[in-house]
Design a protein around this ligand. Structure first.
Ligand code: 16G
Length: 240
């Protein structure tokens, strides 16, 4: 795992080695990580170096510290492929997980200029403002704030929005979803997001803005989502 002749820093080699063991199943979620002392003796490296590797892996969400007990392998992050436009419900079901929604807020408001512009509506047009916590197998994964034209989906209700909105749009409202444009940024959780996502204030989160279009080019939704960085990883395959 450690090559002292390598130009790569020792803490980095240890980190990569532990990650590999997690990926190939030598270390499984819930397993206790060997102690700092064990690593330091096994590889004849300083405990400071081991500590640095472990701290980085905790920050990246691979390991979890439990007070008074030790350091454990964390739950594997959910990977979401960015190719293809899918809904939260579809994503969770395809993994065999049970999607649930906690509705925080469902109202009709008049679009303020910045939202109207993104939804390509006139200022003051009636829009839904929907805030939902999305859970998978009972664990909060994301917090979403969604804006959508009321004229486009006049019969949307709070009950419908507790289920899959995409499902309703396609199967009940008879509209065809065309494409999405998504931006992803790193941030740290402020008090409100931290409470909702059940993480400490200041923990890393992924902020996503998605604008989804119908096949006829009208804007279906504008959604700001906050994902737990320790539970989620986005990936994309690129051709050249
Ligand atoms: C995903 C979308 C969100 C969409 C929702 C519909 C991202 C970042 N966001 O969460 O834009 O509104 O799916 O899910 O992926 P639903 O059909 O389960 O309501």
């Amino acid at each position: 795992m450690i090559n002292k002749q390598s130009p790569l820093p020792i803490y980095f080699q240890l980190e990569e080695g532990i990650k590999k063991q997690i990926e190939n199943g030598e270390l499984n979620s819930g397993d206790m990580l060997p102690s700092e002392r064990e690593y330091s003796e096994r590889f004849s490296i300083s405990r400071m170096t081991v500590r640095q590797a472990i701290s980085n892996l905790v920050n990246e969400g691979y390991l979890e510290r439990q007070r008074g007990k030790g350091t454990f392998i964390a739950q594997k992050k959910l990977e979401q492929n960015l190719k293809g436009l899918t809904s939260f419900t579809e994503d969770m079901k395809s993994r065999g997980m049970n999607p649930e929604t906690i509705m925080i807020h469902f109202t009709k408001v008049q679009a303020i200029p910045s939202i109207a512009e993104k939804l390509e509506l006139s200022i003051g047009a009636p829009i839904y403002e929907i805030k939902r916590i999305r859970l998978a197998d009972g664990l909060p994964m994301a917090y979403e704030c969604l804006y959508m034209s009321c004229d486009l989906i006049p019969a949307l209700t709070m009950d419908i929005a507790k289920g899959s909105i995409y499902d309703y749009v396609e199967k009940k409202a008879g509209l065809e979803i065309g494409k999405g444009v998504q931006e992803i940024e790193a941030a740290i959780a402020r008090k409100k997001e931290a409470e909702i996502l059940e993480i400490k204030e200041g923990s890393p989160i992924l902020c996503i803005q998605r604008k989804t279009y119908l096949r006829d080019q009208r804007v279906l939704e504008l959604v700001y989502s906050f994902y737990r960085a320790d539970r989620y990883r986005f990936f994309v395959e690129m051709d050249r």
